[in-house]
Design a protein around this ligand. Structure first.
Ligand SMILES: Cc1cc2nc3c(=O)[nH]c(=O)nc-3n(C[C@H](O)[C@H](O)[C@H](O)COP(=O)(O)O)c2cc1C
Length: 269
């Protein structure tokens, strides 16, 4: 299966769900994927996956969703996490893997921004010492939902070569890298702002955060986790030896970053 074409590119947010229950065997498949197959960014950070079916929307909408508008869905997926360095990128990465597993299972999903994580935890009456890190509404798309796919940054806009702001000759890319970078372009982000870019070098890529006055700190970090998963998953689907992303700084070259952008992470290619 071509993971990029058949999964990543098919993943579009859904804001109109059918009134159809998500069966236990489907939830169990998601749980098995989370427990047995899924990779993460930081092994040491403990996470828990919980599903909420049907009844939490009334309470959840007080602390979750754009402008206080939480999408109504038959089910919600919540990642709870220990709070540690990079826990939100890690949770975003894990949750993105699960949303793409949902795509594979014929489900649709929509990330929900968390306006108040403590209130969301109370609304969910969660029996855990971990914090609410991600909330995703999911279920089956209403067949009459005519929501259009939104446009995303092009590969040219998303990538620089060797240093910040420098054009890259895209003929130099080998095919699997191109698909993985296109998967970055297709990544879900808060309000589709895509405030990041990738600097491509011969041996590694670096994820760079761009300034934007709209995205909260938490959503910025979730965005990064989503990008990192999309890239890794497509690379892994063609080359399972792909190394993981690293948050270590780049010390062996100068990326020539302007002051207002942020280095996030790097990945060997
Ligand atoms: C961190 C994050 C928070 C989001 N919060 C919301 C939200 O509260 N409500 C909503 O309708 N969509 C939300 N979205 C979905 C984005 O608007 C959507 O991913 C983006 O517009 C791109 O569209 P696509 O998902 O169809 O590719 C969120 C996405 C991310 C990554």
């Amino acid at each position: 299966m071509n993971y990029y074409e058949n999964i990543v590119m098919k993943r579009h947010s859904c804001r109109g769900f059918a009134d159809k229950k998500v069966d236990d065997d489907v939830l169990n498949e998601l749980l098995t994927y989370y427990e047995d197959e899924e990779s993460d960014l930081v092994d040491e950070i403990g996470t828990e996956l919980k599903f909420y079916i049907g009844t939490v929307w009334d309470e959840l909408k007080k602390s979750v969703g754009y402008n206080g508008f939480c999408i109504k869905a038959p089910a919600y997926m919540v990642i709870f996490s220990d709070v540690a360095d990079h826990y939100l990128e890690n949770a975003g990465y894990i949750a993105q893997g699960l949303t793409l597993k949902m795509t594979e299972l014929g489900l649709s999903a929509c990330w929900q921004t968390i306006n108040d994580a403590d209130e969301a935890k109370k609304a969910l009456e969660a029996d855990t010492d971990k914090a609410v890190a991600c909330v995703v509404a999911f279920g089956y798309r209403d067949p009459y939902n005519d929501e259009k796919a939104v446009s995303k940054k092009s590969l040219d806009e998303m990538t620089d070569g060797f240093t910040y702001g420098r054009d890259i000759d895209t003929d130099l890319w080998y095919n699997s890298l191109e698909d993985a970078l296109r998967a970055v372009c297709h990544s879900q982000s808060f309000q589709n702002l895509q405030p990041y870019k990738i600097i491509v070098d011969h041996d590694q890529i670096a994820l760079i955060g761009l300034p934007d006055g709209m995205t909260s700190e938490a959503d910025r970090l979730l965005n990064y986790g989503i990008v990192m998963f999309n890239f890794y998953a497509v690379m892994w689907s063609v080359r399972p030896t792909t190394p993981k992303w690293s948050f270590e700084p780049v010390t062996d070259r100068d990326l020539k970053l302007p002051k207002d952008v942020t280095y996030v992470a790097k990945c060997k290619i």
